[in-house]
Design a protein around this ligand. Structure first.
Ligand SMILES: CC(C)(COP(=O)(O)OP(=O)(O)OC[C@H]1O[C@@H](n2cnc3c(N)ncnc32)[C@H](O)[C@@H]1OP(=O)(O)O)[C@@H](O)C(=O)NCCC(=O)NCCS
Length: 173
């Protein structure tokens, strides 16, 4: 799992962040940050977390969102099932969106954002239970990014999961 870097900071979305200046190459993800993210934060629909360099605190290098969700037992991949309770609907945390500025892609910033999402979701699961982290990849390339970061793919789907028990081994070795 990517480790935090002293030259970068990940913080909750605030009014000083330049949401209009962000472009990751996927219009829906740019538009979400521009038009919807602040309202989601106000309504507690999503947590939105922003990657910045401390000396340019307004420039958004990337972002991700987290919210509560549920996954049907039958949708849990076999490889993850032994870590998951046998409830019909399993509690989970969704990384609904994750994006890195187009100019900065390929520098492992996405891996760093994902590691922060993993740590944050794991910490919050101690208060509001959650058996796994879930992502819906936007395409095959994004799915490969999540698989490369330890997520297990559901068959015939762009959905991937990472059980909290597996995360425990990563964050509490
Ligand atoms: C997917 C994304 C978040 C990855 O962030 P990143 O900082 O570029 O990724 P990292 O440097 O940590 O890792 C690179 C890996 O990401 C994957 N990747 C997916 N899309 C990519 C892209 N457009 N550019 C570079 N790498 C990409 C590749 O598997 C790559 O691995 P490789 O180097 O072996 O080819 C970022 O490329 C992005 O924002 N893309 C557009 C929006 C998007 O697709 N978001 C995912 C929503 S589900």
């Amino acid at each position: 799992m990517a480790t935090p870097r002293p030259d970068l900071r990940i913080e909750a979305l605030a009014s000083h962040h330049d949401r209009d200046g962000f472009s990751c190459g996927v219009d829906s993800l740019d538009r979400y940050l521009r038009t919807q993210a602040s309202q989601d934060v106000r309504r507690k629909a999503n947590g939105v977390f922003i990657l910045v360099e401390p000396d340019k605190p307004d420039v958004v290098l990337g972002y991700y969102t987290l919210c509560a969700t549920g996954v049907a037992q039958g949708d849990v991949p076999a490889a993850a099932r032994k870590h998951i309770p046998r409830y019909p609907l399993v509690s989970a945390t969704l990384v609904g969106r994750l994006a890195v500025s187009e100019a900065r892609q390929g520098e492992r910033l996405g891996a760093m954002l994902l590691a922060d999402a993993v740590r944050r979701a794991y910490a919050s699961a101690a208060t509001v239970g959650s058996s796994m982290l879930v992502v819906d990849a936007i395409n095959e390339r994004a799915a490969a990014f999540y698989e490369g970061n330890g997520f297990v793919r559901l068959p015939d789907s762009l959905r991937l999961v990472l059980p909290m028990q597996a995360i425990q081994r990563l964050v509490e070795p």
